[in-house]
Write a protein that binds this ligand. Structure first.
Ligand code: ACO
Length: 405
């Protein structure tokens, strides 16, 4: 099944060949049937279906089903899956106490690493990873409870009471409800915004062997339970070079502050001696427009127009930046296109979601992808992931007692 330009080094390494590939730029860590990316052509397929078609005709939960089970559900399967996911949105009531142990000013991703990992302490009735039914229940629980935990993290940070799920509102609408309703005031779900929320989750659902998914697989390869593995994925996602980029985009837009400062920031981004990079631009795999970014851009325009925010100064800066970068020789020649995080940051800001929550929303959307990869690995043949290293430290030397140093 390997392509003509793929070297299978397994037999060669047994004979002493050693490969060195920092950043895994040209090393596949596994085989997978879930997601296909052609970065040069800007193609992204989930189980063979183009992301553009899924974004237009499908919805988040159906895409979750597709990623995990490998096929689109029929009508009955779809109904049953949606009902199951929405039925599991509540969390164990004792988990509420867990939140009060965190500082209110903690970064929401720090809280998410903790509370998602802690699911294994509350749901240990489904931790036998050799049992297919247990694996399935864990998948349901994670997809169902991530939005609840995410919204609770936000409510805790602003000192408001937790809002319990409303399962009749659907996945995206219920999330907005848990974020923005209060015990004194209902949140009226705007269908355009609920659809945008669903689409943000969908567009983040999977992206093959990125840093967080590889982390989930690596953690899972030791036999760790899925809640612990997803918590590891959340930790890996947190960094600004990965899921933290959508937050970094907003920080950058605020820092630019005014359209008249854009040129200065573009110049800084091109300066090799300046560590500043244009956040939300560039991608390791896509050397063309990220297909998710195209859909996200369209959703972004819909949301800004629905909320009448086209003339908001911050969004104007974003639009100008996008235009300049798409025309500038430096960005064009290095194929640095706006990525999915550039637009998702702007949409989330327009929805009223605070910047520190952006990566939490990415983590929520990515959960089915992490689960699908974990499940694919656990269901097949796998070995513990154990990368080698190129040792560049001291050669063997004798210990010197402290009195002689
Ligand atoms: N602004 C300015 N220059 C950039 C940028 C940028 N955003 N991104 C890359 N470059 C330049 C680099 O300086 C480098 O120039 P050189 O060839 O003259 O040395 C060249 O483009 C290639 O960059 P690399 O860092 O080698 O590319 P890599 O594939 O390792 O990094 C990454 C990809 C991390 C996404 C990078 O483009 C970046 O830092 N972007 C900003 C952060 C961001 O938006 N991350 C989100 C990624 S998408 C996601 O996680 C869903």
């Amino acid at each position: 099944s390997l392509g003509p330009d793929v070297v299978d080094v397994r037999s060669l390494t047994a004979n002493g060949l050693f490969t060195y590939d920092p950043g895994f730029v040209s090393t596949a860590s596994c085989e997978s049937k879930i997601t296909y990316i052609d970065g040069d052509k800007g193609v992204l397929l989930h189980r063979g279906y183009p992301i553009e078609q899924l974004a237009e005709h499908s919805d988040y939960l159906e895409t979750c089903y597709l990623l995990i089970y490998g096929e689109l559900p029929d009508k009955e399967e779809k109904k049953h899956f949606e009902a199951t996911i929405m039925r599991h949105t509540m969390i164990h009531e004792q988990m509420v106490d867990l939140f009060s142990g965190f500082r209110r000013d903690a970064h929401p991703m720090a809280v998410m690493c903790g509370v998602v990992g802690a699911l294994s302490a509350f749901y240990h009735d489904s931790l036998d990873i050799t049992n297919e039914r247990h694996r399935e229940i864990c998948a349901y629980r994670l997809i169902s409870k991530m939005p609840t935990l995410a919204a609770m993290t936000y409510k805790y940070s602003i000192g408001q009471p937790f809002i319990y799920p409303r399962n009749d509102l659907g996945y995206g609408g219920n999330f907005l409800h848990m974020m923005f309703a209060t015990p004194c005031e209902e949140y009226e779900v705007n269908p355009v915004l609920a659809r945008a929320m669903d689409r943000i989750f969908l567009l983040h659902a999977d992206h093959e062997q990125n840093a967080s998914t590889s982390t989930v697989r690596l953690a899972g390869s030791s036999g760790a339970n899925p809640f612990a593995c997803i918590a590891a994925g959340i930790a890996a996602l947190w960094g600004p070079a990965h899921g933290g980029a959508n937050e970094a985009v907003l920080v950058m837009l605020n820092e630019i502050g005014d359209e008249k400062n854009i040129d200065e920031f573009i110049t800084r981004a091109k300066d090799k001696d300046d560590p500043f990079r244009l956040m939300g631009f560039g991608h390791r795999v896509y050397k063309n427009f990220d297909p998710r970014a195209k859909v996200m851009k369209q959703t972004c325009d819909e949301v800004l127009s629905e909320l009448g925010l086209e003339d908001d100064p911050l969004f104007k800066i974003a639009k100008r930046l996008e235009k300049i970068a798409l025309e500038d020789e430096y960005f064009v020649s290095k194929k640095l296109y706006p990525n999915v995080d550039f637009y998702s940051g702007i949409i989330l800001k327009a929805l009223g979601i605070p910047t520190e929550m952006f990566t939490v929303i990415f983590a929520t959307g990515r959960t089915p992808g992490w689960i699908a990869h974990w499940h694919e690995m656990i269901s097949g043949e796998y070995r513990i992931g154990r990368p080698r290293q190129l040792y560049t430290g001291e050669t063997s030397r004798d210990f010197v007692p402290v009195s002689d140093r």
